[in-house]
Design a protein around this ligand. Structure first.
Ligand code: FAD
Length: 380
């Protein structure tokens, strides 16, 4: 067994720390406050080669391994969960799904832009009446010979309005249930496709979350991703990987929050000494640090399994479930250690606390992760 990072991983971590300190942390509070999508950061990421992490150079990737991608998301989330979320959906979910399920023509068409930072991707599964039960899709794609006619809507879609390409799940044959769902690559300029309500959120406020509306959108046949009727499998496979990304965001958030608390309890004095000299707060620090190590081990094991080409669905769900609950616990404790100041916008912990909650909701709630984990274990 070897728990250490390779030289390449250490270099990626160093590069990410530099990038985060120079480009991400300085604007994290402002983009949260103003709900500004940080397009410039995504472009800069591409220049550093961060966007192409874990993709082959054939499509403009930086040829690093999957663990390097996880390190990148972790470092981003330590400072700004919105940025980590935008990046993870566009790269770790959308580009990865196109790489895995797309044909050569689709890969050539979409991957270079996504990896170069000139385009952003979105993944559209959720509908008003198809949340945790993603099989209840009502968006319909009717085969019209040369094209599919897409009608319906999606809700809560990350990167809505900023993406060039959307992976959209729709029913091609309602009578077949989940086996009648197919995946499509829908481009932003296709006639009949529009963006509806953009949500005003509690956390990850700089990432856009919105509604997609499809009114008689003619989707060319060549934009079918994978085979007709395989959309649900494609979505679920994508989400297995996506869950590693969310588990990573959650871990990064927890680590970032603990760093803030450690700094604060050493500086802040009450009763004539740093508050960190009190055993009560020392125990908070010890508990958080220990659980973070446990969450780290779960996450990197899932990432290692994925990288090794081994089954990783159960471990990805475990890592997401554990780390997202952990992110909430650590941010609450870290805020508590800041006292009243932690409740103000003068300290980053207030934003981290708000950002943490989403990690136990998107890409499958904690309850859904428990369903996934128990299905793997019980095999019923
Ligand atoms: C900021 C944000 C970004 C998002 N980004 C995307 C995106 O990019 N693409 C996308 O497709 N979706 C996205 N989503 C949607 C997200 O994945 C869903 O919100 C989530 O899956 C839950 O669905 P729901 O909101 O409809 O809740 P519901 O399914 O209505 O669930 C409500 C509650 O009931 C519980 N529940 C439901 N069924 C069960 C059950 N069988 N057993 C136990 N408990 C259950 C849930 O766990 C939850 O606590 C995003 C959501 C948000 C808020």
């Amino acid at each position: 067994m070897d728990f250490s990072f390779t030289r390449e991983h250490e270099l990626v971590k160093q590069l990410m720390k530099q990038f985060v300190d120079n480009e991400v942390r300085p604007i994290a509070a402002e983009i949260d406050e103003t709900e500004r999508f940080p397009l410039e950061t995504i472009e800069k990421m591409a220049k550093y080669g961060i966007k192409g992490m874990s993709f082959s150079s054939q499509y403009g990737g930086s040829n690093t391994d999957y663990i390097s991608y996880v390190i990148a998301v972790e470092e981003l989330a330590k400072a700004c969960c919105s940025t980590a979320c935008i990046y993870a959906v566009s790269t770790g979910l959308v580009a990865a799904m196109i790489e895995k399920f797309g044909n050569e023509q689709q890969k050539q068409k979409y991957l270079p832009g996504l990896l170069a930072g000139t385009s952003i991707g979105a993944f559209a599964l959720t509908e008003a009446n198809a949340g945790s039960d993603a099989s209840a899709q009502q968006t319909v794609a009717k085969d019209m010979g040369d094209y599919y006619l897409l009608n319906g809507s999606k809700t809560f879609i990350t990167n809505a309005g900023y993406s060039s390409v959307y992976i959209v799940m729709a029913m091609t044959d309602k009578s077949k249930g989940v086996k009648g769902i197919s995946a499509f690559l829908v481009e932003k300029d296709m006639e009949g496709f529009s963006i509806g309500k953009i949500e005003e959120k509690c956390g990850v406020r700089a990432s856009s979350t919105g509604e997609l509306i499809f009114e008689d959108v003619k989707v060319p046949k060549e934009n079918l991703l994978g085979k007709e009727g395989k959309g649900f499998n494609i979505a679920m496979a994508g989400l297995d990987g996506g869950r590693i990304s969310i588990a990573t965001q959650a871990l990064g958030l927890a680590e970032g929050a603990l760093d803030e608390a450690i700094k604060y309890v050493k500086e802040r004095k009450q009763f004539g000494k740093p508050i960190g000299k009190n055993q009560g707060l020392q125990w908070y620090i010890a508990e958080c640090a220990t659980k973070i190590e446990a969450g780290r081990a779960l996450l990197y094991k899932a990432a290692w399994l994925k990288q090794a080409g081994l089954p990783y669905g159960k471990e990805a769900a475990m890592a997401k479930f554990y780390n997202s609950e952990l992110a909430m616990e650590v941010t609450i404790k870290a805020l508590q250690m800041h006292g009243g100041y932690g409740y103000t916008k003068d300290y980053a912990i207030e934003r981290m606390f708000r950002d943490a909650k989403i990690t136990s909701i998107y890409e499958g709630t904690s309850e859904v992760q428990k369903i996934v984990i128990s299905r793997h274990i019980l095999d019923l």
